[in-house]
Design a protein around this ligand. Structure first.
Ligand SMILES: [Zn+2]
Length: 236
């Protein structure tokens, strides 16, 4: 013990101790683990990465309690954001194979599933547009490829735009064909009434078959229609 200012002070308190900062650590809010990194930033920055993991950068001066309190305040936002990101992700290839046009193909390691689907739909679309524009007598002014979560396609008759979901590439080709025919038919009849189905049946008679395929999981469709030897490596 040493004497300082008339009081007895433990010796270890007199030595200047370096403050130990963890440059990075994990914090948990609810069931979500967030990787926290100290940086030369002024504010807390919380974000969800495209793989659904969460990261946060915090100022150097902030302590864990403040970081934890911030996370807890943003718990619901975080939960919702992670759910949104994961929902948008194409089906994860658990065995390196992904459904493509109704078959299972090996995903090249340098390609993401959505890139593959985008490329495939982009390649298949021009021929289908030609066929079904001629068949329906309708013309779209723009075709957009989208990674939609809830719809296979959409059209805006006022602008003549049609959007196509790239995930159609996971299903047998007839499904993309059906959606192209379906959306173009909307230029004749905007609602799904009997007139619409009559016009659609004239150019695409297999609507029921395509629709029932689209209700199923594409991996199951591909598995059911193919033996293991049908699993083909994809040539890029
Ligand atoms: Zn429709």
């Amino acid at each position: 013990m040493q004497r300082g200012n008339g009081r007895l002070t433990p010796k270890y308190l007199l030595r200047e101790r370096p403050v130990k900062w963890d440059p990075s650590y994990d914090l948990t809010t609810g069931t979500i683990t967030v990787h926290v990194t100290r940086k030369a930033v002024k504010n807390f920055n919380l974000r969800v990465r495209s793989d659904g993991t969460a990261v946060m950068s915090i100022p150097w001066q902030t302590n864990r309690q403040k970081a934890q309190a911030f996370l807890d305040r943003h718990h619901y936002w975080l939960k919702r954001s992670i759910a949104q990101v994961l929902e948008k992700q194409p089906e994860a290839p658990d065995d390196g194979f992904v459904p493509l046009w109704g078959r299972l193909v090996e995903l090249p390691c340098d390609l993401a599933v959505d890139e593959l689907y985008h490329r495939e739909v982009a390649q298949a679309l021009p021929a289908l547009i030609k066929t079904y524009e001629e068949a329906t007598g309708q013309h779209a002014t723009a075709w957009r490829l989208r990674d939609l979560t809830s719809r296979w396609g959409s059209c805006t008759p006022s602008t003549g735009h049609i959007s196509i979901n790239i995930r159609l590439a996971a299903y047998p080709p007839t499904c993309l064909e059906y959606v192209v025919a379906h959306e173009l038919t909307h230029f004749i009849e905007p609602s799904h009434n009997s007139r619409f189905h009559l016009h659609l049946a004239l150019v695409f008679p297999e609507e029921k078959k395509a629709r029932s395929l689209l209700k199923r999981n594409p991996r199951e469709v591909a598995d059911a229609g193919a033996s293991p030897v049908d699993r083909i490596p994809l040539i890029v």
